[in-house]
Design a protein around this ligand. Structure first.
Ligand SMILES: NC(=O)c1ccc[n+]([C@@H]2O[C@H](COP(=O)([O-])OP(=O)(O)OC[C@H]3O[C@@H](n4cnc5c(N)ncnc54)[C@H](O)[C@@H]3O)[C@@H](O)[C@H]2O)c1
Length: 373
């Protein structure tokens, strides 16, 4: 069944979640769009070709730009290649771009759209769970530089987002599970039904192959997490107050990613980051023990990591201090004042930080966890 979530920003748009959505996505292209540039990487070549045929059949001119895969595509050189393609195909202000791929491609396509002619329309067709529930929704776009990830970018909301679940049939289970970490985050900060659904269906959600029932649950979870993000960004487009709650688990998670030189999947790092934040909240007297236990239980049941090596505190602390979410000299965290109620914790006592680190670096990892690192 197809679900729709409205994102009520200055220019509202719809996120559609369902199966077999490509023809509808092409039908819904803006009338004035004559040329459509599809940005994709090699693993999505077949789907891009299908899209090309559909665009052609709609009487428009498709242009395909195949870019390097994953983070290798999020560079100034690749953005410049896309601008060249746009220039050569005489792309105008009323034409549109499509970002077809994981979060790396939707970030790049969004950035290229934001910068071409000072902003043209972009439609996202995310193909990973992470891109569906996070990267493609909310208008943050960006590329990396030698100095770090996502340092160059712009806020540029898409015209529409189509989450076609058919894409997920080829997504490796570990990537699906990594994306589910962001879904669980949505449960902890806002929609507790997400936590119930994950609790009930964890083993089916992490299985190598998804059954039809599991796909239906996954579809419900994706729609619910998109709703959480839509609610938050609808109220606060530029990252300031409310939007900050989306960073739950990310301060420590980003520090792990940085320390591991980005060899850990984002979702795996955020998973440990959420347990760290839960322990911190507990030590600060805001979250009870059962709330912390729920973090470990749900994340472990999905096969996500909940611990990190115990000899890296200095590196992690330094990385957290340079995280772009740090304001001034104070470390800032989002913690839960009870499940579903995120609040900001600024400049916590260093003893609380090391206490939370001890708790995540020593906590036993229950057996059977998938190594997502
Ligand atoms: N803009 C935002 O708000 C936001 C939020 C979160 C993450 N991001 C960004 O998203 C990126 C991570 O996204 P990701 O996890 O989707 O990774 P990704 O885009 O790097 O994709 C991971 C791999 O999966 C492949 N892939 C994609 N879809 C597939 C499918 N259906 N079947 C098989 N393989 C498939 C990709 O080609 C790639 O090799 C990062 O660059 C991150 O910075 C952005």
């Amino acid at each position: 069944m197809t679900k729709q979530v409205e994102v009520r920003t200055a220019a509202p748009y719809t996120v559609t979640i369902g199966s077999g959505l490509l023809p509808a996505a092409v039908d819904a292209l803006p009338e004035a769009a004559v040329r459509v540039l599809v940005i994709h990487s090699a693993p999505m070549r077949e789907q891009a070709d299908r899209l090309r045929s559909l665009i052609e059949a709609s009487g428009r001119t498709p242009v395909l730009a195949e870019v390097p895969d994953a983070e290798a595509g999020k560079t100034a050189e690749v953005a410049s290649f896309c601008w060249q393609v746009l220039g050569k195909s005489e792309f105008t202000r009323t034409d549109v771009l499509i970002g077809l791929g994981g979060g790396a491609v939707t970030d790049l396509a969004g950035f290229v759209a934001a910068s071409w002619l000072r902003g043209v329309g972009v439609i996202h067709l995310p193909t990973t769970v992470l891109a569906m529930v996070d990267a493609a929704v909310g208008g943050k776009t960006g590329i990396n530089t030698g100095e770090g990830k996502n340092l160059v970018g712009a806020f540029h909301e898409p015209l529409a987002v189509w989450c076609d679940l058919d894409f997920l049939s080829t997504l490796p289970a570990n990537d699906r599970v990594a994306g589910l970490a962001e879904v669980v985050k949505g449960g902890f900060i806002r929609d507790q039904r997400i936590l119930e659904l994950v609790g009930e269906h964890a083993s089916a959600l992490r299985a190598e192959t998804l059954t039809e029932d599991a796909l239906a649950v996954l579809s419900e979870l994706i729609a619910r997490k998109v709703q959480v993000k839509a609610d938050v960004v609808g109220e606060d487009l530029k990252e300031s107050h409310l939007r900050e709650i989306l960073n739950y688990g990310h301060t420590f998670g980003h520090a792990i990613e940085y320390t591991e030189r980005y060899q850990w999947r984002h979702g795996a790092a955020v998973s440990v980051g959420m347990v760290f934040a839960a322990e911190l909240a507990h030590l600060a007297g805001r979250l009870d023990e059962s709330g912390v236990a729920l973090h470990r239980e749900l994340l472990t049941s999905l096969g996500l990591p909940t611990t990190y090596r115990s000899d890296k505190w200095d590196a992690l602390h330094t990385a957290m201090r340079r995280d772009k979410k740090t304001r001034g000299a104070l470390l800032r965290f989002v913690v839960l004042q009870g499940i579903g109620n995120p609040v900001r914790l600024e400049g916590p006592d260093p003893a609380l930080l090391t206490g939370a680190y001890d708790a995540v670096s020593k906590a036993p990892e229950p057996g059977g966890a998938v190594a997502l690192g």
